[in-house]
Unconditional design. Structure first.
Length: 283
């Protein structure tokens, strides 16, 4: 693994519409645009519970539940401006419980106006995206992380789906400030452009990039599908559907009702003939 020299700096120039112009060591310029969205799919997830200290000294500690795992970018790579050679496709993700506040709603509206998007009127949670760079002294590799806070009900829903064995897939959509792309929004609608974090604002160092902060705008949880009727092979007689007791009972009842209606029709027919013959005899 390659390690960057400590405090490597890069030159960035602020442009209009929140764009950045990066000037490389060779003088080459590259414009970066604010990323309108970021999409991920969870690949791994596990539940963690721990005792949390009470805010009030007179109260007992509470048991908090959080989720931790790995998420993969949907067709994109993530790196830092000025260091595109160290790109990642996965991030370590965590979910903790926190209710959405009025300040979050106003913040999402402000961010959407800034990015020129309109994904949601109410945020589903908050998100922070950052990177801890590789350290040659300790041998630690690059670590990209995403910390999300979502309502407690979502934490419980995900935890229950996992414990019940019904966990399918989770798709996550984010809108973040200080997240960039090297292509404008209308450059190519057929593919998702790569994403970049901004180097440190104070000194331009890429060793400590700015944390991208924003909101969860999309959270889709797909539970595992259950087949109500499955195909089986019985000897050489071909595919047969396994018996469904409720369906079989309904079909049997329908057949009996049909037979009863037919019998009633025939009885009515014979009664009509007998009445007609009785009328003829009286004449």
């Amino acid at each position: 693994m390659e390690f960057l020299e400590k405090n490597v700096a890069t030159q960035l120039i602020e442009r209009k519409n929140h764009t950045l112009e990066h000037v490389g060591l060779d003088g080459e310029k590259q414009t970066y645009f604010p990323a309108r969205s970021m999409w991920l799919r969870l690949e791994q997830l596990h539940v963690t519970q721990q005792l949390a200290e009470p805010l009030d000294a007179d109260k007992q500690p509470t048991l908090s539940t959080s989720l931790h795992g790995v998420a993969r970018l949907d067709g994109q790579e993530l790196s830092i401006i000025g260091d595109a050679g160290h790109a990642m496709r996965t991030v370590e993700v965590s979910f903790e419980a926190r209710d959405v506040s009025r300040a979050d709603r106003l913040g999402l509206r402000e961010l959407e106006d800034e990015l020129g998007i309109s994904f949601a009127d109410v945020p589903l949670g908050t998100a922070r995206l950052g990177a801890n760079r590789a350290d040659a002294e300790t041998g630690e590799p690059d670590q990209w992380w995403l910390a999300c806070h979502i309502p407690e009900a979502c934490i419980h829903a995900l935890s229950k789906a996992m414990s019940d064995g019904q966990f399918g897939a989770v798709e996550l959509g984010l809108a973040l400030r200080h997240l960039y792309t090297a292509e404008s929004a209308i450059a190519d609608l057929q593919r998702e452009p790569n994403l970049f974090l901004r180097p440190n604002k104070s000194d331009g160092a890429i060793e400590c990039p700015e944390i991208a902060m924003g909101y969860v705008t999309h959270l889709r949880i797909d539970l595992a599908a259950a087949q109500l009727r499955t195909a089986t092979v019985n000897g050489g007689r071909g595919d047969e559907l396994t018996a469904n007791p409720v369906a079989d009972a309904v079909n049997s009842l329908a057949l009996k009702l049909s037979a009863l209606m037919t019998t009633v029709r025939w009885i009515g027919f014979f009664i009509g003939i007998l009445l007609f013959l009785e009328v003829l005899e009286r004449l």
